[in-house]
Design a protein around this ligand. Structure first.
Ligand code: MG
Length: 399
């Protein structure tokens, strides 16, 4: 297995290990165990009742954070296999990539961050995810958290953004001045491809987007639509739509694979010290050795990405979704609900901490109260926070 990995892939045998050393498992490697620990965590199960874009009132067919996560994992595995990256680590990171999200999707995140800023703090879902796997999950008698490998924790923090080492000294162990491995870089790119296509699908199904509107504003969609119409002229509209969408996803995924590989090859060729033996064997001359993981980490920019042409296509699509779906008046009531529910509950628990569960009251003795209230809220599902809202604020949400 390890022999077929690219020379710059993360190798499980070279993992920097867990905080609390554990004996190896007889037939699962450490990244497979990380993946399994994520799947068996409570935070992972709660993704089922957290909004991705649409709340449950629209349809049971739409994505929630859990099904979105599974789609990201599927696409990431495909790409990682083609790039000869460590598929176990990629899958584990993909499954964990959204576990730090609060209820109510993006609107919830914004409201929680705003509430925290009133107290001089802030909310960041990657940092929250790290706290979940390091501390909040309690499954094992020997340690708190999931005791994931360094590579998992680093990827959870660094997959989608860079943190300034001066601003985040508490993250120093994660080498903030270095880029994450390709396995982590990949997750952010895949996440975008997954939701840009899925949100077109759900937006169309919810009748918030029309076929005509999408064809007009999303050129890649229009191009494939003409092709599909010739192939399946009498197929139902929704099936034509699906045929277009699978072609877009396939085009983007293929481009991501090819362009990333091309960037890596260019990197290998551009410096005589980093010429890479594609078969992964040691070169005859040590100086002509492979592009290593260290070189990926030290490179001035992330190397996983789309070609500029396809990136433009994707950006057009994202822009279209922002203008016509994410900010559509139809989704406004949900957003207002999210803001009201989170803000009011946050204020209530700040003023009356005795209404927090006992374990959180205890925590508030050693941590800022706002942080504890934020952690409590961020862990909630949409369903649970609505129940709390009714219980403590005496009102139902409006949608
Ligand atoms: Mg995501």
């Amino acid at each position: 297995m390890a022999l077929s990995l690219a020379p710059y892939a993360v190798q499980v045998d070279h993992s920097r290990g867990r905080r609390h050393p554990e004996p190896p498992h007889p037939y699962r490697n450490d990244f497979q165990r990380d993946r399994d620990r994520v799947i068996h965590s409570r935070a992972f199960r709660r993704l089922e009742a957290k909004t991705q874009v649409f709340t449950g009132r629209y349809s049971d067919h739409f994505r929630n954070r859990l099904t979105h996560t599974i789609e990201v994992a599927q696409i990431s595995r495909t790409i990682a296999t083609q790039l000869a990256l460590n598929v176990d680590l990629v899958e584990a990171l993909a499954l964990a990539h959204d576990i730090g999200h609060p209820p109510f999707g993006h609107a919830g995140e914004k409201a929680l961050d705003a509430a925290m800023r009133q107290h001089g703090l802030f909310f960041d879902h990657n940092l929250h995810a790290l706290r979940i796997v390091e501390d909040f999950e309690q499954r094992y008698a020997a340690f708190r958290g999931l005791n994931l490998t360094f590579e998992m924790r680093e990827g959870i923090i660094k997959h989608s953004r860079d943190y300034n080492p001066a601003e985040f000294p508490e993250l120093a162990e994660y080498w903030l001045d270095k880029l994450p491995p390709l396995e982590a870089q990949l997750i952010d790119a895949t996440d975008e491809l997954a939701y840009n296509t899925a949100d077109l699908d759900d937006g169309y199904e919810a009748r918030l987007l029309t076929l005509e509107q999408i064809r007009e504003s999303v050129p890649v969609f229009a191009g494939f639509f003409d092709e599909v119409k010739k192939l399946y002229p009498v197929a139902p509209k929704k099936l034509q739509f699906n045929e277009v969408l699978r072609r877009i996803l396939d085009r983007w995924v293929s481009d991501l694979i090819q362009n990333t590989q091309a960037q890596l090859d260019l990197l290998a060729d551009s410096d005589p010290r980093t010429v890479r033996d594609r078969r992964g064997k040691a070169g005859e001359d040590a100086r002509r050795s492979i592009a290593t993981l260290d070189e990926i980490r030290a490179f001035p920019r992330r190397l996983v990405g789309l070609s500029s042409q396809i990136e433009e296509e994707r950006a057009q699509t994202k822009d279209f979704l922002y203008r016509n779906l994410y900010y559509s008046p139809a989704l406004q009531p949900e957003k207002e609900d999210a803001e009201r529910v989170i803000t009011e509950l946050f204020d209530l628990w700040m003023k009356q901490p005795e209404k927090l569960p006992a374990s959180y009251q205890e925590k508030a003795e050693s941590e800022p109260r706002a942080r504890v209230v934020c952690d409590y809220i961020a862990g909630m599902t949409d369903t649970y926070i609505y129940e709390q809202y009714e219980k403590y604020c005496g009102r139902k949400a409006s949608v």
